[in-house]
Ligand binder design. Structure first.
Ligand SMILES: NC(=O)c1ccc[n+]([C@@H]2O[C@H](COP(=O)([O-])OP(=O)(O)OC[C@H]3O[C@@H](n4cnc5c(N)ncnc54)[C@H](OP(=O)(O)O)[C@@H]3O)[C@@H](O)[C@H]2O)c1
Length: 246
């Protein structure tokens, strides 16, 4: 078995996921770049290899059970374990109406369903697929890319910076994900595995044209949570070392 740590990052062909793979790779970790599009995934891994990083493309469409199972089998056969799982892939599918995001009274059940498929149900399925491999690592780490926008405490607080920034299907899918993080962290609390949610910040990517942070800054929280010491957090929502309320 390889001595180097092995990390799988979903949605790693661009944005925060790609940069997370780069920063983990710079620490000497073998990075497996999950991507649903083979051409984009191969190109991303090739870019990192050219920088001296041990990077490999893994075909992985979070919404496709067959690719989830095939990716698990591929990693199990080659490495026998998974030290770090970063559930990074996500979508924001809320529609706009005259430039503004549709309010919850008009967000369709279909948009909620499609958003929850990728941001919640299939993240749960993927995590369950890989958990046996994470448990085989000496100190497994699971990071879920959540968002401050999933925080009900902050959405309900008129003094919070997100009070007037509501993207219903996206936000509530991340709230559900936060619930899963708390429950899974509780289940695994007596094991070496640590489970946490990351808020990367408002990061300039294809998902967020108004982002204020660079992807370099945005990837930091995921990298920190992926490389936590045995005394580090478990079951928390973290942004750059600060705990956020659920
Ligand atoms: N940017 C922000 O300000 C911000 C703030 C808070 C939280 N987040 C969270 O951080 C994560 C990364 O966001 P980002 O800003 O880097 O977004 P992004 O640039 O839009 O990248 C999203 C990535 O997810 C992939 N993806 C989407 N659906 C997928 C699926 N079914 N299977 C596999 N991959 C899939 C995309 O692949 P394709 O290229 O194939 O589409 C892409 O690689 C997301 O979970 C997001 O919710 C972002």
């Amino acid at each position: 078995m390889s001595e180097k740590k092995i990390a799988l990052i979903t949605g790693a062909n661009r944005g925060i996921g790609f940069e997370t793979a780069r920063q983990l790779g710079q620490q000497g970790i073998t990075v497996l770049l999950g991507a649903r599009d083979a051409e984009k995934g191969k190109a991303a891994a090739e870019t990192l290899r050219a920088e001296g990083i041990d990077a490999e493309f893994v075909r992985l469409d979070v919404d496709d059970a067959a690719t989830r199972a095939a990716a698990r089998k591929q990693i199990e056969e080659k490495y026998g374990r998974l030290d770090i799982l970063i559930n990074n892939a996500g979508v924001m599918l809320d529609e706009r109406e005259n430039g503004a995001i549709q309010p919850p009274s008009r967000t369709s059940a279909e948009v909620f369903r499609r958003t929850f498929e990728t941001n919640f149900f299939n993240v749960v399925a993927l995590t369950q697929e890989f958990l046996p491999l994470v448990k085989k690592a000496a100190a497994g780490r699971i990071v879920f890319l959540s968002s401050i926008l999933g925080s009900l405490a902050l959405h309900a607080d008129p003094a919070s910076p997100i009070y007037d920034f509501k993207v219903p299907a996206y936000d509530i899918s991340k709230t559900a994900l936060n619930g899963y993080v708390v429950h899974l962290a509780h289940e695994l609390r007596e094991t070496p595995v640590k489970v946490n949610a990351a808020h990367p910040g408002s990061v300039l990517t294809e998902m967020n044209a108004y982002g204020e942070l660079t992807v370099e800054e945005g990837a930091k929280t995921s990298v920190d949570l992926a490389t936590l010491s045995p005394r580090g957090y478990n079951g928390k929502l973290i942004h750059l070392g600060q705990e956020l309320p659920w």
